[in-house]
Design a protein around this ligand. Structure first.
Ligand code: SAM
Length: 250
């Protein structure tokens, strides 16, 4: 039988592709990976449109008890749903490889990802360097700061993905991320990120109530972002088209 690994897009149940919807409707088991990102609607909206019961898959199930999912896929069609795109900023390639080792047929159905949705800011995707993540527990974490430093040296923009806990509806905010970078700056003093650094904050990209706000770090700290899934971009040197586009969001 087949393991369908399906990206379900960024905002609500209707962002699934037609191909994804057809696949999910015929599956005997439907898992929704619910720890790396989050939609803006409750699970029962998905169950209604997908005409199927959804099993929530936490990190423990996907990473430590993947055989539970794969054993089902040996006998029946199984859907594994991922918010955004299946392999963008996730580790689900592991599940795909395990399935293949067990001779389970795998079908991948892609979707939009935050990694491409940030194109809406006007910043060119070609001009992004390494993406980095800021965890909730970041007291002694400096990697995101040094990733920014490295990207700036290479004239590349930096996308910061921010920690979240969808179960508890807890999302790190753009302002938490700015405060984190300023804290590391004070400690390291390398003049990588200051109050005057240009930042772009994005909330719920792909939804009708998305927000994109560009401004200096100190200006964004005063801006009230909506609740929801958020990310921060620190641009490098701007192309004039990027500069014009960012004016829309100031
Ligand atoms: C680990 S990544 C997973 C990405 C997902 N697989 C995808 O393709 O979009 C999740 C992080 O990306 C960012 N993110 C995801 N969706 C977003 C959205 N719609 N708007 C803003 N940021 C988003 C948040 O920082 C979130 O914590």
């Amino acid at each position: 039988m087949t393991l369908y690994m399906i990206g379900i897009g960024l905002s609500d149940e209707k962002d699934i592709s037609l191909k994804g919807l057809e696949a999910v409707k015929k599956c005997s088991f439907v898992y929704l990976e619910n720890y790396t990102s989050s939609l803006n609607v409750p699970v029962n909206y998905l169950e209604k449109l997908y005409e199927n019961k959804i099993i929530l898959a936490d990190r423990d199930l996907v990473e430590k008890r993947a055989d539970d999912i794969l054993d089902n896929a040996k006998a029946k069609d199984v859907a594994f749903l991922v918010v955004g795109d299946v392999f963008s900023a996730t580790t689900h390639i592991d599940l795909m490889m395990r399935a293949k080792k067990k001779n389970i047929k795998v079908e991948i159905i892609h979707n939009a990802s935050v990694l491409t949705a940030v194109g809406e800011t006007g910043l060119m995707l070609y001009n992004f360097g390494k993406t980095t993540s800021i965890p909730f527990e970041n007291e002694n974490v400096e990697t995101p700061y040094y990733t920014l430093k490295q990207n700036l040296e290479n004239n590349m923009h930096t996308l910061f993905l921010l920690d979240l806990n969808p179960k508890e509806k807890k999302f790190m905010t753009v302002n938490d991320a700015i405060r984190y970078l300023l804290r590391v700056e004070i400690r390291r003093g390398e003049k990588i990120f200051t109050d005057n650094t240009l930042c772009v904050g994005c909330v719920k990209l792909g939804s009708l109530d998305k927000q994109i706000k560009a401004g200096k770090a100190k200006e964004l700290l005063k801006f009230r972002f909506r609740d929801g899934v958020q990310c921060l971009i620190v641009p490098s040197k701007l192309h004039f088209v990027e500069e014009d586009a960012l004016e829309l969001y100031k």
